[in-house]
Design a protein around this ligand. Sequence first.
Ligand code: HEC
Ligand SMILES: [Cu+2]
Length: 479
Amino acid sequence: MKNKFKLSAATLATSALLAMMGATAAVAAEPELPVITQELVAPPQLPPPITRKTAAHVVVNLTVEEVEREIAPGTRYTFWTFGGTVPGKFIRVREGDTVELHLLNLPDNKLPHNIDLHAVTGPGGGAAQTLIAPGNEATFTFKALQSGLYVYHCATAPVGMHVANGMYGLIMVEPKEGMEKVDKEYYVMQGDFYTEGNYRAPGLQNFDMQKAIDEKPTYVLFNGADGALTGANSLSAKANEKVRMFFGVGGPNITSSFHIIGTIFDKVYFEGGTKFQENVQTTMVPAGGSAIVEFTPRVPGNLTLVDHSLTRAFNKGAIGLLSVAGPDKPEIYSKGIKKPLTAATIAKVAPAAKPAAKDAKPAAPAVAAAPSVHARGKAVFDANCAVCHQADAKGVAGVFPPLAHSDFFQQRPYEMAHIVLNGRSGTMVVNGQKYNGVMPAQDLNDEDISAVINYISVELNEGQPVLTPDQVRDMRKKR
Ligand code: HEC
Ligand SMILES: [Cu+2]
C-alpha cells in the first residue's frame, strides 16, 4: 500500500517537473526521497517541529470544505475552508523538501477553488495547476527552496471573496538546521469578515461584497470566529515556558498591529523571514503576510491577544486569551494597592460632583428568552461588562457595583437597559454600599443589550427575562 503510493507520488513529481522544466535530463538527477504524509491538525494546534536532517517528499492532502458554522454566538456564516478550519490546516516542511500537494474539492461544494502558496517559486504559486470544480482533485509538486513562514490562500476569482470567506492558512518551511526548541507552539491567523448584518446580528449572515470593497469589515477575527480563542477556547501556558506563535494575516484587506497585552515578545521573526528583532511590543503584519513571535510569560493570569488597532479588538472581535498558570512573582509583577483619596488630596484636585442621571420609565412585561439568547448575553457580558463589573459579576466594593445579586438591579431590571444605552454617573447605593462612579454608554446593538440584561436578570439575579430587542430600540429612540 505504502509502496504503491510512493510510486504514484514519484510519477506525479516527475510529470510536474517535466512540465516545469521542459526537459527529461534534469529529472533523472532528482534523488529518491523518502515519502512522508503531512499530518493535519486543527488550529490553534499545528504539526510538531521537524527533527529529520535530510530532505523528504512530503504529501499534503488538503480538502476544500464549504461549511456553515458560528462566526459569533448566535450568528452563522458560510465559511470556505482548507481542511474544514479557519485558518486552513498548517503545513510544515523543511527547506529542500519536495511538496506534493493534493487539493480535493468536495462534490457537495458549490464553487471552484484552488491554492496559491507563497512558499512556491513559480508563477501563480500553484493557482493554475490546482483550479478545480467541485468533485475533482488536483495535484502539483514544488520544491520548498527558501525557509520562512508563508501564507497560502485560494486565488479563484473573485479572490477577495474567497479569502474573505476564510480560504487561507500558513506553511512553515523550516530552515535546514531546524528551529530552536520551545515549550509550546500555537497557530493563529487574523482575518476580516464582511456580513450584511451588523456585528453580532443574529441568524445566518450573507457575505457583503460592497463592505469588502469599501474595506469596512463587520468582524476582524482570530481563527475565524468571535471567541475562537477566548473562554473555554483560550490558549494556555505555564509561567517561564517559552511560547512560539505562528501568526499570519489572511486578510483579505486589514493589516494587523499584532500585540499581546501583558508580555513582551522576546523575538519576532518579522514578516515571517529569517531574521529576528528582540524585545518587541507590537508587530505589524500585512495582509498575506506573517510573523513568528516568541515570548515567555513570567507570572500567572491572562495575556490578551489583540489587533492593537483597538476598535477591531473591542468592537469587531480581534481578541484572544492565553491563560498562564504559575506562582505569583511580586518582584516581577505586584498586586498593587488601592485606597480612597484623602480629604487633603480631594481638596487639591477639587472634583465637581456630577448630578445623578435621571432614571426613567415604568417596568415592561416579562418576555421569554431562548437558550441561544442566554449564550449571547453571556458573551456580551464577558466582552463588555466583565472588565469593570468583574468576571464573576461581583464588582469591586466602592468602585464597580455588583451585577450579580444586585438589589439595585432587581428593583428595576427593565430600566437597566437605559444605563447600558446612555451610561450613568453620580451616586447610587447597591446592596447597602455607596458608589459614585461613571459608567460609559456601551456601544451595543439592541439584540445585545436585550440579551445581556436578560442574562443578568435570569442568570445572576434569579429573575425573569425582562426585555426584547424591540423594547431597547424604542428606548434608544426616546433617549
Ligand atoms: C468602564 C467600566 C464599566 C463598564 C465597561 C460597564 N459598567 Fe456598568 N457600571 C459601572 C459603574 C462605575 C457603575 C456605577 C455608576 C454610578 O455610580 O452611577 C455601573 C453601574 C451599572 C448598573 C447599575 C448598578 C448595579 O450594580 O446594578 C448596571 C445594571 C450596569 N452597570 C450594567 C452594565 C452592563 C450590562 C455592562 C456591559 C454591557 C456594563 N455595566 C459595563 C462601570 C462600568
Ligand atoms: Cu476558493
